[in-house]
Design a protein around this ligand. Structure first.
Ligand code: SAM
Length: 218
């Protein structure tokens, strides 16, 4: 992903009511933070946040946490929320963001604290020596194992053939099962049900790239 340094993005994130600046302090306390017992769904590598923001608006009884490594990208999600709130419509209360590298994710969520994980158009890290950085690597699935509820699932979408093939092989190596998958999501009526497009999904599918999707559970 090409990144532009967005001036003031770090400050905007630090000042926003929608970001958690010391997420390690929230470990085991997320329900307390949201003030209810609703399930918690997270998106790792949320980019500019369209997917998770739309989900949060659609499902007020689920709490959403978006995780993104770069301030310059995350700040775009904050701008969308600010613009929404300025329209005078009821503010979004079930969504927050964390700027962090997901390699540290186990410091932020306690056992059974998360009900679902979304991974959308994750960076492919094509070099073999960087495989551990892929969000669908066995190293990452071992992390997810530590905080996802036993019946929880990971949903992963990508247009990248190599990353998807890697993921289909790799995820079972971490002791997970692929319960469903498709190589052409947009022509799979069942898996497409309730689909929310991400920024990358819109871009790549409009170029004619088929979208792969898988669901993984233990
Ligand atoms: N999910 C969005 C979408 O589908 O439009 C963005 C996709 S973009 C290709 C991948 C995003 O994941 C980037 O914004 C990148 O910074 C973020 N990302 C990659 N590795 C990450 C990590 N280890 N921790 C947090 N974010 C990460």
């Amino acid at each position: 992903m090409r990144l532009r340094n967005v001036k003031g993005s770090r400050e905007a994130i630090a000042d926003s009511a929608y970001t958690i600046n010391n997420p390690e302090e929230m470990k085991g306390k997320w329900k307390e933070y949201f003030g209810n017992d609703h399930p918690i769904h997270i998106e790792v590598g949320m980019g500019k946040g369209r997917f998770i923001t739309e989900l949060a608006m659609k499902n007020p009884n689920i709490n959403y946490i978006g995780i993104e490594k770069y301030s310059s990208v995350l700040v775009r999600a904050l701008e969308k929320l600010d613009a929404w709130n300025e329209t005078g419509k009821s503010p979004v209360k079930n969504l927050v963001f964390i700027r962090m590298n997901a390699e540290e994710i186990c410091n932020v969520f306690a056992q059974n604290e998360v009900d679902r994980i979304y991974l959308n158009f994750s960076d492919p890290w094509p070099k073999d020596r960087h495989a551990k950085r892929r969000l669908t690597s066995k190293e990452f699935f071992r992390r997810y194992d530590q905080f996802l509820i036993p019946e929880g699932r990971v949903e992963f979408k990508t247009d990248n053939d190599d990353l998807f093939a890697f993921s289909l092989e790799e995820i079972p190596l971490a002791g997970w099962k692929i319960t469903e998958f498709t190589h052409d999501l947009h022509h799979d009526a069942k898996m497409m049900e309730g689909n929310i497009m991400t920024e990358y999904e819109e871009r790549f599918s409009s170029m004619g790239n088929p979208i792969h999707k898988l669901i993984a559970m233990r």
